[in-house]
Ligand binder design. Structure first.
Ligand code: IMP
Length: 174
């Protein structure tokens, strides 16, 4: 396992992202939504840095990956438990890769929940892999085309507990 983004770099970057997101939230009500499971660590670290007192959290879950490959079929397997009508909504992702998951999630929120405005924060962005035109609003790190794990991201459900982002060069390492 090769350390790609250290714990310290992640911590420092989240401080900056939180300031940008706070500026966008302003005095408005916001629902912060983690897309499980990959974003759970980033989400927890990010929301605790946000200053708003009109902030709620909720969770959705999507599924598309098998091993290191996306099946291309994105399914929403868990929806919000709260209503988000006419309020700001922040989607928090672990990584935007092909963009297919984000496309599905944004379409779902726009049609099923009616927020006033949706923005997307992602820890990682792999723009070279995009299959649909998706640009997250708040990006932690733009990365090369490698399969990464740790800090919430998995390979077949393993490595999520690593406190840093690592590159998995050989998927037989499991
Ligand atoms: P997309 O639909 O291709 O943009 O992929 C989004 C989802 O695939 C992410 O939320 C991750 O769960 C997973 N994913 C994409 N790239 C990686 C990676 O390098 N490591 C681990 N998971 C990944």
């Amino acid at each position: 396992m090769e350390v790609y983004i250290t714990e310290e770099a992640i911590r420092n970057r989240i401080e900056v992202l939180a300031r940008d997101i706070d500026a966008w939230i302003g005095d408005d009500e916001v629902l912060c939504v983690a897309n499980l499971k990959g974003s759970f660590m980033f989400f927890a670290d990010l929301v605790r840095k946000l200053k708003s007192s009109r902030l709620r959290v909720d969770f959705i879950a999507t599924e598309s990956y098998i091993g290191t490959e996306s099946s291309g079929q994105v399914r929403i397997i868990k929806d919000l438990q709260q209503v988000c009508r006419g309020q700001k909504l922040l989607v928090v992702e672990d990584i935007v890769d092909t963009g297919l998951t984000l496309f599905k999630v944004l379409e779902h929120f726009a049609t099923m929940h009616c927020p006033s405005e949706i923005k997307v924060a992602t820890l990682l962005d792999k723009p070279s892999r995009r299959k649909v035109n998706m640009q997250p609003d708040f990006v932690g790190f733009t990365i090369e085309d490698s399969f990464v794990v740790g800090y919430g991201l998995d390979y077949n459900e393993y490595y999520r507990n690593l406190p840093y982002v690592g590159i998995l060069r050989n998927t037989k390492e499991r």
